[in-house]
Design a binder for this molecule. Sequence first.
Ligand code: NAD
Length: 357
Amino acid sequence: MKKYKIVLLSGDGIGPEISEVSKKVLKKLSKYHNFDIEIIEELFGGIAYEKYGSPAPDKTLDQCKKSDAVLLACVGDIKYDSLARELRPESGLLKLRSALNLFANIRPVKIRKSLLDSSTLKKEIVEHVDLIVVRELIGGIYFGKPRGHITDTKIPKAFNTMVYDSAEIERITEIAIKIANQRNKKICSVDKSNVLEVSQLWRDTVLNITSKDKNISLSNMYVDNAAMQLVRDPGQFDVILTSNLFGDILSDLAAMLTGSIGMLPSASLNNDGPGVFEPVHGSAPDIAGKNIANPIAMLLSASMMLKIGLNEEEAAENLETAIDKVLSKGFRTADLADGFSEVLSCSEIGDKIMDEI
Ligand code: NAD
């Protein structure tokens, strides 16, 4: 029997509620598909800061490095916003991504037929949406140096640096090519090369690497146009390849095409070693502790973990089919309520999904 060791980071806010559902589902899938899954729970985010004075304690990072995969819920709360930047939960995320060298963030955005009416956009605009955002995750402006505040000026000043070298762009482009080759072989690279030197290097490097694969059709788009096109005609996209900052913004925009940010999973990967699988959403402090969060983004992240991280394709398929069945029977969490469906709590919809596995 295959044995896997995964680390579960429940984090903050709605994290523990959606993690509870994921744990139960993974245990059931492991029995059904005949593999053993050891789930090691570690503190991460605000809760880790409370206990250890760091949002990403060494013990947590060590366990993650030794695991087969990491399943992360979400971190953050307004109460940590006044802490020094390196102590905030969000800095823990950056530290984890750096520690595991997770340079590629993969965010699939696919409309589930039963949720066509949940999008804020018209049905005919979203019905063919099936795209993947491939975002560079450990470079660009979030990590660029120098950064900081300038205090010896008359008025406060602060600055960050958007920087990439061609090797960083090459490796994320290779990932986009690999994914595009499993799909429609279309890559749209998004940048701001009409204004930024770093984007010009991005564009030149992406062209150089993709031109070596004759199967790939490459297009380029400025980020402002990409934001507009994602709302105007999202069905035109297949694989969107972009940098850290632009990917952060565009993937949240793309998330809303599906109806709720509570539906979107992601995977953060490197070329070897464990990946981190996590929902796109944050800790949703406004609904934390109410048992009303949508656990499906985390379940779909668990599905990506099964498929990409553990090679348990059948278990992943089983889980996705179970989710689709529950949604098509008209069960929803509050974020997807449409006035017709039956609204269930986080744990109740989790139980319905368990029943379909
Ligand atoms: P958010 O994603 O937490 O919430 C935005 C809105 O979406 C809220 O109204 C929330 O209730 C709703 N929402 C989010 N997930 C949901 C779910 N599963 N089910 C139902 N509704 C859901 O974003 P925010 O409010 O900007 O940030 C809250 C905190 O989360 C902040 O501290 C932020 O820094 C942090 N954050 C963490 C991550 C992460 O852990 N990867 C990502 C983004 C934001």
